[in-house]
Write a new protein. Structure first.
Length: 135
């Protein structure tokens, strides 16, 4: 489903805490190395990405596999910043948390290679539902 039919998040009580809860859930899944659960949660987002980038199924699968391989490699999660800001877009239908400098809240670091990978997630609440989903 497209986000346009989702709920207006500007009037959602406790939105920031709900977003933080979802980020903590993602953090736990990544720490556990539960790639199947992560793949399920980001499936909607990856479907839209594959469609907009005109990827065939193999290219889409390769993209997800590469991402999951990086998570299981030398990248380690940095702690979630406590001072994140809610960023609303899509006429109030989309929301994410960002650091005060605008960078993604969820960051993986590879100390050995001195690399950093910011994971951006955008959320919405589909029509007829009450909980956030990644889009």
């Amino acid at each position: 489903a497209a986000y346009q039919t989702g709920k207006d998040l500007r009037s959602t009580p406790g939105l920031k805490e709900k977003l933080y809860d979802y980020y903590r859930k993602l953090e736990a899944i990544i720490k556990q190395g539960n790639t199947q659960e992560l793949k399920k949660l980001i499936g909607n987002r990856e479907h839209f990405a594959a469609t907009t980038m005109y990827l065939c199924q193999k290219e889409s699968d390769d993209r997800i596999s590469h991402f999951l391989k990086e998570l299981n490699g030398d990248f380690k999660l940095s702690p979630l910043a406590a001072n994140a800001i809610v960023k609303i877009s899509g006429n109030g239908k989309l929301a994410t948390l960002v650091k005060p400098d605008g960078e993604p809240l969820l960051v993986l670091r590879n100390e050995k290679e001195q690399e950093e990978m910011g994971l951006e997630f955008t959320f919405y609440i589909p029509a007829g539902k009450d909980s956030l989903e990644i889009i």
